[in-house]
Design a protein around this ligand. Structure first.
Ligand code: GYE
Length: 310
């Protein structure tokens, strides 16, 4: 005989929803944390998560989505590596009546091709970083180098725009070099090395990196070049991963803008409501963006985040 608990468990298992997750890859600490939290959230809610790592390639994501559609999943989570080129595959999911929720990055497809997008205001993040520099730059001309995210990704496009919006009108601040470091630590280090070489003899006043991992790689390059990151070159970036708080505590980094890695929580909330009675969420579910600096007790922030899978 089955106990009533076992019967409930069976009924629950039978009705468990299946969600396919097409993740970009593991380019950054932030990305790793998002993956961990998505798995945790799915498990807590009894959702059967099918995970696919695209290793940074859009074609792998398109193949994964087609496979999720063929499997007849109940929903798809998509963190789209670049912004363009999604129309056909999103139409296929729509025809199969499978809701798609975008995580952290945007697409430039029409918004009736997905249920909702969970993420931050990426332009705003760039503006917060730019405004920090406007408020904290040393007197006189400030020559800035920029490490951009993955080319064609919405955060690279939007974080570049936001920063420029914030520094506009400040004749003293000039972006002298800008190149992609692909959101990785090694990319950030290599490109910063080339910036330092190219600018030898010219003072670089600040680095703006589209994520913390690239900033952390650049900090290494600056130290190896015999300079003092955080002092000789100001460092402002985005994500708020534990290691950037460590760098802030050490005086090597100056400011970061927080991006929550828990995009899955709001995404699953929206999906559960949709599955229950067809409730349509807003097209954009916005997460918060908060600025942290060296005066915000960076070690406490480090401790608060270090176990989140970063
Ligand atoms: O900031 C970066 C990453 O898509 C907004 O992707 C996200 C970005 C995040 O790898 O670290």
């Amino acid at each position: 005989l089955l106990t009533s608990a076992a019967i409930t468990a069976c009924a629950f298992a039978a009705s468990a929803q299946t969600v396919g997750f097409s993740q970009i890859g593991s380019e950054s600490g932030w990305r790793a944390a998002e993956t961990t939290l998505t798995r945790q959230q799915a498990e807590e809610r009894g959702i059967d998560l099918r995970f696919s790592d695209a290793q940074q390639r859009q074609e792998n994501q398109i193949a994964a989505i087609r496979s999720f559609v063929a499997q007849g999943v109940d929903a798809i989570l998509l963190a789209p590596v670049v912004a363009t080129g999604w129309d056909s595959v999103l139409e296929e999911a729509k025809e199969a009546e499978i809701p798609v929720v975008l995580l952290d990055r945007r697409v430039d497809s029409s918004d009736d091709l997905y249920l909702t997008a969970v993420g931050s205001d990426l332009v705003h993040e760039g503006s917060v970083a730019g405004q920090w520099l406007v408020d904290n730059k040393p007197e006189g001309t400030c020559r800035v180098v920029e490490l951009q995210g993955t080319t064609g990704s919405s955060p690279a496009i939007d974080r570049a725009t936001g920063f420029r919006n914030a520094i506009e009108g400040n004749a003293d601040i000039e972006i002298v070099r800008s190149q992609t470091g692909d959101f990785t630590r090694t990319g950030g280090k290599e490109v910063m090395e080339s910036f330092l070489q190219a600018e030898a003899g010219n003072e670089i006043c600040a680095l703006y990196a589209h994520n913390d991992d690239m900033a952390l790689g650049a900090i290494q390059a600056i130290k190896e070049a015999g300079m003092d990151p955080g002092d000789d070159i100001l460092i402002v970036s985005i994500d708020a991963v534990p290691d950037i708080f460590q760098a802030m505590a050490d005086g090597d980094a100056n400011a970061t803008v927080e991006l929550t890695p828990n995009m899955a929580g709001p995404a699953f909330d929206a999906l559960e409501a949709y599955w229950a009675d067809g409730t349509e969420p807003e097209k954009f579910i916005q997460t918060e963006s908060k600025l942290y600096t060296q005066s915000d007790d960076p070690m406490a922030e480090y401790e608060a985040r270090k176990d989140l899978g970063y």
